[in-house]
Design a binder for this molecule. Structure first.
Ligand code: ATP
Ligand code: MG
Length: 733
């Protein structure tokens, strides 16, 4: 079976593998599980194994299927394989579960009741569809928001459950016990639309494989070898998909690390790893124990930390990289000082010849990136945010800022349009178009058009009331600009507009992150003198974002860092209440805590030579300083592997610490003249209409002008009676 040449004659691509790695690469036949810790070369084994299959002609590229966790990882793997085998890699089936399943589904769509050109709906569309269903079924979407129903359906799909298979599941009790019924209706609707959602990609594949043995046979024949990276984070549907495809060849190679399972909250089942041997009897298990990534202290610190988890298989890891630097543990006063410390350290490293691209800051929660971004911009350190937009480019931040812009600058139409119906408040496209027509005709901003139109009968009562509320809201908030503190005003605006609530009602996994970002935004406002100064700062930040140099430092969440490695890793915000994240503890107790600890372990094991853990004594939350306690994970790091670098007297010294004055950017207390009221009447009025004239109005038809008044008309319509309309919307008849 083993056709390996003598080791002296090993081809170059196998030459520098250690014995168990070589074993994993060359044991090509039968099920294989590589269960090994971070940085032991699992991904490298996978890549080498693919090359080996091709080089030894066990399979053509087109007969190999390899699954990665992200598109980025797939691209990386593709280029590393191409470096060894050349262009033939193109024929390989290499991608994420979603990408591969979509490709298969396109070829057999008809067996799933779809046409090959089916659309894959994004989350917004999915939720809109469910909303329609709720309305049609008279289910109160205040009580059962579409997002809640959507979330439940998504989780069922993760578990490979079609509506007929859900059976009795506690989450079926939502929506008055009609969740499963709604799920079935949703699936029907998708079919009529010739569409599917992400979960369907795998689910439809499963249905096709189960109902069409001929199709399944085709894939059994095609996929001679299958490989899966980050196997610990597969969900049940993905697992079933793999199992059914590998049924015949049994040449399934999975690599993973139970200590890096960090997607339980999204349906991943670490149990899949434990089941492997049972489902594939005779499976070979290879353990890799040599870590090639991290120096000794970093590896030992990470191992010491993860040893506090009870639910784990346990493993030994060693490295030939003796010594190195200990993990730097650095207490700081607050978030600003934390950002300053990290930025200074990065500048030092840069001076010492390190590449920015080899440095990463890994945060627990998305909102944490803001203070680092601000500092990097100030110092001109190029950075990118991986796996998501920069702070001020995030959807919820842009929305909130749009509200602030309209308050400061009432003729900012772009901002107004963005939020006029966000959250949904019954101002539909037709209403917005009417506002736009009026604004154009009268040469006035949209908000002014809105102010004017509510005094007429142009809009149906419901829409008119909705527009009136927006107009009144903005008038009230503008009135508070002088009196209220701007950060408080911002919070008020987000609350009173219903914007915060919109996200509170949201049930998507992004919800909490978005709410945290909004809080962080309000906290950020504290650093500026007033709203205009803050908005000015934001536009400068956005402008800065345009230049993209080649060498940049990376900011990302710990979740996004899976599988990556960096020379230097900064791990900020190791505080109770932030990391472990309280949400994980609330939802899942001890299991949640262990998943958080695995996340910390993933963070540390990304580092090759240097790792920094920082925590702040104070965080500003909702404009209030709160003192925080170091994360329990800090205490769990083995003391002999860390270097605590505390500034004398800093920690526990009380709040008398001199705080830097707010950055002012030279605005002082200057206020934008734009705040000080503005002319509502912009643009001229028509002088060609006078009482008695016959006119035509698109909605109300023919009528006669009774009175005119600054751009508005009172018209006695032939069919609709006396109405107030906009002058711009009538024609002389
Ligand atoms: P993770 O669990 O974080 O995904 P991994 O097990 O997939 O880690 P790899 O990313 O494949 O590990 O490898 C970690 C590092 O070790 C890489 O830089 C890789 O090139 C290097 N490496 C792996 N095996 C060897 C080897 N035999 N000799 C030299 N370097 C190696
Ligand atoms: Mg890997």
């Amino acid at each position: 079976m083993n056709t390996m040449p003598e080791s002296a004659a090993l081809p170059a691509y196998l030459a520098n593998l250690n014995p168990p790695q070589l074993d994993a690469v060359t044991s090509t036949e039968g099920p294989l599980l590589v269960l090994a810790g971070a940085g032991t070369g699992k991904t490298r084994v996978l890549i080498t194994r693919v090359c080996h299959l091709m080089v030894t002609r066990k399979a053509f590229a087109g007969q190999i299927l390899a699954v990665t966790f992200t598109n980025k990882a797939a691209a990386e793997m593709r280029s590393r394989i191409a470096a060894i085998v050349g262009d033939s890699v193109e024929a390989m089936w290499l991608g994420t579960f979603h990408a591969l399943a979509a490709r298969i589904l396109r070829r057999h769509a008809e067996h799933a009741g779809l046409k090959p050109n089916f659309t894959i709906l994004d989350q917004d569309d999915q939720i809109r569809l469910i909303k329609q269903l709720l309305a049609a079924e008279n289910i109160d979407d205040k009580k059962w928001p579409a997002r809640v129903v959507h979330h439940v359906i998504e989780r069922w799909k993760d578990r490979g459950l079609t509506p007929d298979k859900v059976g009795t599941d506690p989450s079926g009790e939502i929506a008055g016990g009609r969740a499963v019924e709604l799920y079935a209706m949703y699936q029907e609707r998708l079919k009529t639309l010739n569409a599917c959602d992400f979960g369907d990609l795998l689910l439809h594949n499963l249905t096709i494989f189960q109902t069409r043995p001929d199709v399944l046979a085709e894939y059994h024949k095609r996929f001679r070898y299958m490989l899966v990276d980050e196997y610990q984070d597969t969900n049940v549907a993905q697992y079933m998909w793999l199992r059914i495809l590998a049924q015949q060849s049994r040449n399934l190679c999975c690599v993973g690390d139970d200590d890096q399972s960090i997607y339980g909250w999204r349906g991943a089942e670490v149990g899949n790893i434990l089941r492997f041997e049972k489902d594939f009897p005779g499976a070979k298990i290879v353990r890799l124990e040599q870590n090639y990534r991290s120096s000794e202290h970093i590896l030992a610190a990470a191992s010491g930390l993860i040893a506090h988890n009870r639910a784990r298989l346990g493993k030994t890891l060693w490295t030939a990289e003796a010594g190195g630097e200990r993990v730097t543990v650095r207490p700081v006063w607050d978030g600003e000082q934390e950002a300053n410390f990290v930025a200074d350290e990065i500048e030092n490293l840069q001076r010492a010849g390190e590449k920015l691209g080899d440095i990463a800051i890994l945060v627990r929660a998305g909102f944490q990136t803001r203070e680092f971004e601000e500092r990097f911009i100030t110092l001109g350190i190029p950075y990118r945010v991986i796996g998501g937009p920069r702070f001020y480019e995030r959807e919820e931040i842009r929305d909130a800022i749009a509200y602030f812009r309209v308050i400061v600058q009432p003729d900012d139409d772009l901002a107004f349009e963005r939020i006029v119906n966000k959250p949904r408040r019954g101002i539909g496209d037709a209403t917005v178009q009417l506002l736009q027509r009026l604004a154009r005709a009268r040469g006035m901003p949209l908000l002014a058009a809105a102010e004017t139109i509510v005094t007429t009968d142009e809009l149906k009562p419901a829409a008119r009331n909705a527009v009136r509320r927006v107009v009144e809201d903005f008038a009230r908030w503008r009135g508070q600009v002088e009196r209220a503190h701007h950060a408080e005003l911002a919070a008020t605006v987000l609350d009173e507009s219903g914007y915060t609530r919109m996200w509170q009602m949201d049930k998507s996994p992004e919800k909490d992150g978005k709410l945290e970002n909004l809080k962080e935004l309000v906290a950020a406002l504290e650093e500026y003198d007033d709203l205009p100064a803050f908005l000015e700062h934001v536009s400068l930040v956005m402008e800065n974002a345009e230049a993209a140099p080649a060498d940049m430092t990376s900011l990302m969440t710990l979740h996004a860092a899976k599988g990556l490695e960096f020379g230097t890793v900064f791990l900020p915000g190791w505080e109770e209440g932030l990391f472990p994240h309280p949400r994980a503890l609330d939802d899942k107790g001890e299991d949640g805590l262990e998943e958080e600890r695995r996340l910390a372990h993933v963070g540390l094991t990304r580092a090759r030579r240097r790792a920094y853990v920082t925590f702040a004594a104070n965080r500003r939350i909702h404009g209030m300083w709160q003192s925080s306690v170091p994360s329990r994970f800090v205490a769990e790091l083995p003391p002999d592997r860390v270097d605590v670098k505390s500034e004398p007297g800093l920690w526990g010294d009380g709040p008398q610490f001199a705080h830097e004055p707010a950055r002012s950017f030279g605005y002082g207390n200057r206020r934008s003249p734009l705040i000080e009221g503005r002319a509502t009447e912009i643009g001229g009025r028509r002088s060609d209409l006078s009482p008695g004239m016959r006119v035509f109005h698109q909605k109300f038809g023919y009528g006669r002008v009774v009175a005119t008044e600054s751009g508005k008309l009172e018209v006695e319509f032939e069919h609709s009676g006396l109405k107030h309309v906009m002058e711009s919307f009538v024609e002389k008849a």
